[in-house]
Ligand binder design. Structure first.
Ligand code: 13P
Ligand code: SF4
Length: 351
């Protein structure tokens, strides 16, 4: 009879072989994933893994994999007592804001070039400078920034939220490139901040044109954190989950994913018979999450692994998230009434 470790090795190999893991590789992590999964059951804990995590995290211990929007919805709806958020710190903070009564843990206090580009004090200065503008922050911000904004949004609902803002002028922060993409499709005047995602600003149009010429019929998908010039040339732009859905539903065979490499790993693991061409870029922040840190968070978390938010900041940041859900609904209705319900990020895209 096979031992628990052997069985776990086989389970892991079934999931990770698609992305090049050998049985020996899986045997090395099997004792750790086994222990983590046992602790989750004992503690009524769930592990949320963003699509940019490594495959051992997503498929070895993750209970739910998704984009920042989908994972925040799961965080609110799931009856678990404890959430371990395998992603960058601001996503753990978002889960805590939505679930103050739950224990929320992060394996590593990982940054993000967007979230690190702006402080709450800077948002207050922007408000003074533009008193007639509403302020929408992208979810890639810390609680102290969300607390100073009128509403939050994610890549999955940014268009709806901005369109539903009551003001004609909207400060969209901190992602300058996403703000420029919104300015092209929304009816609002958009004021930008100078933050960028170090992954998505790294792609250039030449590499896309090169892939199109070498692979006729290729479908090119990008995240709306990429530059507008690039977005104008792709077939679809959307959140990480939106891109995965597009590939799963598409009758096409060959794709280029203009985003972080974790999503390519997800496609290789979850979608059969599709070919991914071109390069991807690793996010050094997302890749700071290791299985040993997940284990420590469940066994004996360090103070940095426990997400705590000062109550006054938490109440105001939570209001900005609640407003996001309201505006998302209103924005959908506004776009529908205008016959623009499928408003795409791209000129040629469908979502
Ligand atoms: P999603 O909201 O699409 O998950 O993206 C988060 C992110 O960090 C993209 O760089
Ligand atoms: Fe931040 Fe970009 Fe990394 Fe996403 S991919 S966490 S936006 S640096």
């Amino acid at each position: 009879m096979k031992s628990d470790i052997q069985q776990e090795t086989e389970r892991l190999h079934g999931k990770l072989s698609h992305v090049g893991w050998t049985r020996d590789d899986c045997a090395v992590i099997a004792p750790t994933t086994l222990e983590i999964n046992e602790l989750k059951r004992e503690q009524n804990a769930i592990i949320l893994a963003h699509s940019y995590q490594t495959p051992d995290i997503m498929y070895g211990v993750g209970d739910f994999i998704g984009d920042s929007y989908g994972l925040s919805v799961i965080a609110t709806e799931h009856p678990a007592d404890k959430i371990v958020f395998c992603s960058v710190y601001f996503m753990g903070e978002t889960a805590k804001l939505l679930n103050p009564e739950k224990e929320v843990l992060v394996p590593s206090h990982a940054g993000c070039s967007l979230a690190d580009s702006i402080t709450g004090a800077q948002v207050r200065e922007l408000r003074e400078k533009h008193p007639d503008a509403g302020i929408v922050c992208y979810v890639n911000t810390y609680a102290e920034v969300k607390a100073e904004c009128d509403a939050c949004c994610t890549s999955a609902n940014a268009v709806e939220v901005v369109e539903a803002m009551p003001q004609d002028k909207v400060i969209f922060l901190p992602d300058k490139l996403m703000a420029e993409n919104l300015a092209k499709i929304c009816s609002k005047e958009i004021i930008t901040w100078d933050g960028t995602c170090i992954v998505h600003e790294g792609f250039n149009i030449d590499s896309i044109r090169d892939i199109r010429s070498r692979f006729p019929g290729v479908k090119i998908l990008a995240h709306p954190e990429c530059a507008p010039g690039l977005i104008a040339e792709v077939d679809f732009a959307g959140s990480t989950e939106g891109m995965l859905k597009y590939v799963k539903q598409s009758p096409d065979h060959t794709f280029m994913m203009v985003t972080e490499c974790g999503l390519t790993d997800r496609i290789k693991s979850e979608v059969e018979d599709k070919e991914i061409v071109g390069t991807c870029i690793l996010c050094p922040y997302m890749k700071q999450i290791y299985l040993d840190d997940v284990l420590k968070a469940l066994k004996n978390p360090s103070p940095e692994q426990i997400v705590e938010i000062e109550p006054d900041v938490a109440a105001r940041a939570r209001a900005s998230l609640d407003r996001m859900f309201e505006l998302e609904r209103e924005g959908k209705a506004i776009l529908e009434r205008a016959g623009r319900e499928k408003l795409p990020w791209t000129a040629t895209g469908t979502g």
